[in-house]
Design a protein around this ligand. Sequence first.
Ligand code: F6P
Ligand code: MG
Length: 473
Amino acid sequence: MIISPINPPRPPLIASEKSSFAYKTTRSRWPVIITKTIDDVYRAYNIPGFSGSIFKSEDSPNETEQRKKTEAKEIIEELSAMKYAIERDKPLVPLIPDQLSDFDTWEDVYQKYFAEKTWFSAPWLFTECYLYRRLNSAFARTTHWREYDPFKREKEDTFRKSYTAVNELAIRINELVEIEIESNKSEDLNKQDEEERRRFVFSELCQVSLWGNSTDLSLLTDLTSEAVKKLQTTGKGALKEAEKNILVNEIDKIWEKLKGLKGARIDIVLDNAGFELFGDMILAEWLIQAGYASEVYFHAKPIPWFVSDATPKDFHSLLSSITEPNFFNSNKIVEEPNIEKLSSRWNEYMKNHQWHLKFDYFWVSPYAYWHLHEKGRELFTDLCKSSLIFFKGDLNYRKLVYDCKWEFTTPFTEAIGPLNSQRVVPPIAALRTCKADVIVGLAEGMEEKMKAKEDDWLVSGKFAVVQYSPGEK
Ligand code: F6P
Ligand code: MG
């Protein structure tokens, strides 16, 4: 059997099944996301001064501004038409040629597998990626909006509300960096004690990075500062409490690999911008300071994706914005040196090439990661230089396991297919809060136990998995 986007290793998650989360997403969540995008574009060209507005002059708009306005109307019309088509389960249509480098891939996959399909009858993984790719195409085909990110305002607003957790984490990582500096200086520390200490720190920071994934904006809209605070799990007590919601916890397995590394290359395939990215950077910093990594490669999405995913612009803007006096709407920043301290170190890592930022169109392709070695060859070859790759978040997880109906007890290593069986693949760690009806690697009986406990355990983002594949190196 040839595995392809229309023929995953098990039957695909699909929106035609009314009890599925795919159905709920297609029926209710996407129309809301599209409406909000339309709203953002309308406000950006219609309300001068609106944050992110590209409409410059209030009086007698010149030709360029007229053009921007016309293009905005075209985008709005196109998005409205797409929303209409989704709500009526219309056939999927080919993408209109745009300048993006992956256009041919999309055209090819569409023609080969999906030309006869509709929004509800094609596998959910494809339709959801196709939705965001079409959305981006509407902007990419204009002159004035091609670089515009309709999710930027929302990503930034939510991050601004994260001050409390950001500050707490800044204090913690500054403290940890001090400890590492001391530890490196001192020769008479007991090696075993040091290793044990680091094991705990690694587990803590893995969980910081993991739970950062619960504030994803495609699932949670219009969060208040209080709600954001509640979702952001930091501090030892809160982490301890949340740890029992990690349904499969293989942090120790990752640690066994990590502790043998010295000055290695470690990669993080990012998910969401803002607070989640901040937590990923905390982990990345410690990996460097503790000497396990000499370089960390971050992989971002090349275009706005699944609302909150991190693009290169989001990455750079995080590095520069956290020290802006009023970014977090809190004057405390001015008095509080913790974030400044951390920010100057992080900017140094970028300058010194200890941190690298990469982006690749494979991450926004219609392909699951089972096809990484054949459809994203250059990227794959590069990733094989890594000693350990972290994959963050729900969508990366869905793509790792091909978003299909595995028995929940299927081993993770089996469900990621070639990414485990290929000879040269590095070790992989998936850090994911659960937001889709796919999960693997559960112990016998766990599914039944969870079903009895909470109806929406698979999709609420309250539960998580940390899973590991040792690769073949
Ligand atoms: O809408 C599909 C989905 O994968 C959800 O399951 C999830 O809420 C969201 O998109 C993306 O989540 P994440 O940011 O963790 O990849
Ligand atoms: Mg995301």
